[in-house]
Ligand binder design. Sequence first.
Ligand code: NZQ
Ligand code: ZN
Length: 388
Amino acid sequence: MNNFIFYNPVKIVFGKETILELKNLLPQNSKILLVYGGGSIKKNGVYNQVLQGLEGFNYIEFSGIEANPEYETCMKAVEIGRKESITFILGVGGGSVVDAVKFIAAAIPCSTQDPWKTIVRDKIVEKAIPFGAVLTLPATGSEMNNSSVISNRNLEEKFAFASDLVYPVFSILDPETTYSLPEKQVANGIVDSFVHVLEQYLTSNIDTPIQDRWAESILLTLIDLGKSIIDDKTDYNKRANLMWASTSALNGYIGVGVVQDWATHQIGHEITACYGLDHARSLAIVLPGLLSIQRKQKKEKLIQYANRVWGVTMGDPNVIIDEVITRTTLFFQSLGISGRFVDYGINPEEAAEKIGNIFISRDSLLGENRDISGEVVKKILLNRQCLY
Ligand code: NZQ
Ligand code: ZN
C-alpha cells in the first residue's frame, strides 16, 4: 500500500426531512448566497424546504447554474458575492451546482484578475468562502470531496481543480429529493459513480484488500440497484442506497493508498467540452476502449474485477477480460447509456482525431503509468465502437 494522508471534514446529514436541519447548520449572523440551477428545485418542493430552513437568515439568491457549469455564469455569481460581502454560500442541486459553488467560493477572494487561469488552469486556491450543499442528484461525490469541474465554452475547455479549502462544511443528502429526477439523470448517476470506482480500482495491484473490497461493494450495490432503481422512482431504500453509493465512490475512502487512473475522466471531459455530451455518457464511450487497450497493464485487477464483481472465472485471461468489458458495456446499455459515438450523432473517426490531437497539443500523458499519449487516446476512442 502507498503512503497516504486522509482528511475529510465534511459533515454529512443523511435521510428523510433533513433539509430542515439547515437552521442548525448555517452559521448565525452570516450573509448567505443561495445558489441553484435551472429550476428543478422549484418543481419538486426542495426550494420551499430550503426557504423554511433559511427562515430568519440573511440571504440572497443566484440561479441559472447550468449542467457542466460555465465559467461565465459562475463569474456573475462571484460579482454578486463580492458586491454583497457574502460570508457563506449554500448550493442546492446536483454536482454541477456544488462544483459551481466551490469555484465561486474560491473566486470571490481570488486576488488575480483571471480566476479561470489561477484556479482552474493553475489550480491555485488562496482562500475560499465557506459553503454547504443540499444534494439533489447522486452521481459526482462532489458533496463530500474537494474537487470541482468547470467548463469554459469559449475556449472549449473543461478542467478539474482540487483544494482542501473547497470541502463543503456540510452536505445534506435527503434521498427523497431524487424522486423527481428524470430517468436519464438516474442512469447518468449510476454510470458516473461506477466509473469513479473503476478509476481507483482497475489499476495496479499493490495489495490493498480493504480498499478493493470497499470498491467491489460499491460496484455490486450499483449493479444490484441497476435498472430497477430507474423504474421504482419512489423506493426510498433504493434511492438512499444509490445516494450513499455515489458519495462513497468519490469521497476519498476507496482511493487512499491505491494507484489511481482518471484517464477515462480526462478524455471524457474533452468529449463534453467539444460535443456537449452528458458527463456520464462521455465516460461510457471512453471506458471500454481504454480497458481493452490498457489490458496488459491492468490485467491482474481486470481479472479480479471479473471474478469478484461479475462472477466470470473461466477461460484464458484475454477471454475473461473481453467478457468483462462486454458485461460492463451491457450494464451501461441496460440503463439506456450507449458507449458509441454514432448513437449521439458524432462521427467516431472525426472525434477520435479531434480529441487525440488536444492531448497531443498539450503533450499530456494520461493514466496510472502515464503511458496514454494523444495517439493512444485516438486508438482508445476507436476501439470497440463497432460492437454491440
Ligand atoms: O439545473 P436544474 O434545474 O437543477 O436541473 C438539473 C440538471 O438539468 C437536474 N436535476 C438535478 N437534481 C434534480 C434534477 N432534476 C429533477 N430532480 C432533481 N432532484 O439534473 C440535470 C443535471 O444536473 P448536474 O448537476 O449537471 O448533474 P451531475 O450531478 O451529474 O453533475 C455533473 C457535473 O459534475 C462534474 C461533471 O463533469 C459535470 O460537470 N463532476 C464533478 C466531480 C467532482 N466534483 O468530484 C466528479 C465527476 O467525475 C464529474 O466530473
Ligand atoms: Zn465522473
